[in-house]
Design a protein. Structure first.
Length: 196
């Protein structure tokens, strides 16, 4: 890699780290706690005032559950496979199916029975989500609506609408989720109210 290319790659790391943190809804304080890197160092790294080093990038890659080359946008090696590492979050298993470099992100999610309780806390954030149920039954709380989705059904919604989901029944629910921070939309819709 030539000096100009190296400088360009290093300059792009800060904005990529910031975008990834915002996309995940993580604060500098939360990230500092999980990585052991001070919030001020993380801030300087994101703004480009601190040069990225392996000592800083390795704990960040681990905290985000991504490969190191994704943080630095390493040149393609010719291998198109995504090496997914499952993430455990709030009792749910999340398997990233795409790289975190912008645009739509795909995940396979496995939600065990009984998680979320009978009245889960509704969340809001920027973006748009599309989900497709692979197996099991998922209860989707969306604003004032409550829908039960079964295998083969899909739903899409603006994530600024208060939402949450839980597993219905004794079996885990597995679903694919496509998420875009800029409001990217799919064109498949589930019909509310269990209509045909």
């Amino acid at each position: 890699m030539k000096d100009g290319e190296l400088t360009s790659v290093l300059t792009a790391v800060g904005p990529r780290l910031r975008a990834l943190r915002l996309e995940r809804g993580t604060t500098l304080a939360d990230l500092s706690e999980s990585t052991g890197i001070s919030a001020s160092t993380l801030s300087r790294l994101e703004s480009g005032l601190r040069k990225p080093t392996l000592e800083l990038l390795l704990p960040l890659a681990k905290a985000y559950g991504v490969q190191l080359d994704e943080l630095v946008d390493a040149p393609e090696t010719g291998d198109p496979r995504v090496h997914a590492r499952p993430i455990q979050r709030h009792g749910m298993t999340i398997i990233p199916l795409t790289r975190y470099s912008g645009g739509l992100h795909a995940f396979k999610q496995i939600l065990p029975p009984g998680l979320g309780g009978s009245a889960p806390e509704l969340q809001t954030h920027e973006g748009y989500e599309w989900m497709y149920i692979l197996s099991g039954r998922l209860r989707l709380y969306l604003g004032e609506h409550e829908l039960v989705l079964v295998a083969g059904e899909a739903a899409e919604f603006d994530t600024r609408t208060p939402h949450a989901f839980t597993c219905v029944g004794p079996e885990p629910v597995e679903f694919l989720s496509l998420y875009g921070t800029q409001g990217e939309r799919m064109h498949v819709r589930a019909r509310p109210g269990g209509g045909g």
